[in-house]
Design a protein around this ligand. Sequence first.
Ligand SMILES: Cc1ncc(COP(=O)(O)O)c(C=O)c1O
Length: 304
Amino acid sequence: MVNESKKIWMDGKFVDWADANVHILTHTLHYGTGAFEGIRCYKTKSGSAVFRLQEHVDRLFDSCRILNVNPPFSPAKIKKAIVDTIKINKLKECYIRPLIYIGYGAMGLYPKDNPIRVAIAVWPWGAYLGEDGIKNGIRVKVSSFSRLHVNVTMTKSKTCGDYVNSTLAKSEAIACGYDEALLLDTNGLVSEGTGQNIFIVRDRVLKTPPLPSVLEGITRKSIIEMAQKKKIRISEGNFTRDEIYIADEAFFTGTAAEVTPIKEVDGRTIGNGKPGPITGKLQDLFFKIVKGEDKAYKSWLTYI
Ligand SMILES: Cc1ncc(COP(=O)(O)O)c(C=O)c1O
């Protein structure tokens, strides 16, 4: 159950949480053509700060461009609305969910004149894969579902409908007793988690799959920049599931998952089964950055 807050921003106005409803014939509810973001706001010593707000708003608008959906508000207006929604709910730390969707109007697959609607909800949300997962790592299953091919839907947008693929994979993994799923692309190469990018470490080289089959994760990009600054060798390249089995370390990244170590994949222990040194170093730095404790990354935070 969502940890409810008080107000949700809908099309330029605040409405009470309980009244944030839509018509049953809302187009996106039927066909999935809509885009959303997941963003986090963290408590820091100098007040609350949103992590990489500009990048998330940019990706939201990129998703809309890919879907050919024209948002009725500017990126600047959405940025301000996000900050205002956090403020009005008086939350120090929260998860932020902006959603741009096609509203009620025509049905059928060509909703030319339907209104484009926007909502922003915020609520407190702790560690997505659990506190124990963040500390000790999670168990992952390679999914029987393939990640969507770039010409089935597109991988650079966070399209609502794409998450059917993710929810199928996630529920399969949980039904099999795992914490999370890892999807392979349609060529059988490692792609990403249901809402996370993956990194492995092998012989002290950090490796992550290249962009065509994965979402351009903002945490992924941040980790790459952080690793480069720390002089950790990094390679963006394809690898197979068995390379994860023999990796020294593996971890997921994402706004919800933050930096979550992976301790087991398909019943094989990764490394010695404990978060490895490079994972630990990057995870520590990530949490310092989001909490405003590393001045070198100040520009990644928007204080509210
Ligand atoms: C499919 C998928 N991959 C990766 C990510 C990680 O992206 P980010 O770090 O921008 O949250 C997400 C979450 O948005 C996602 O849904």
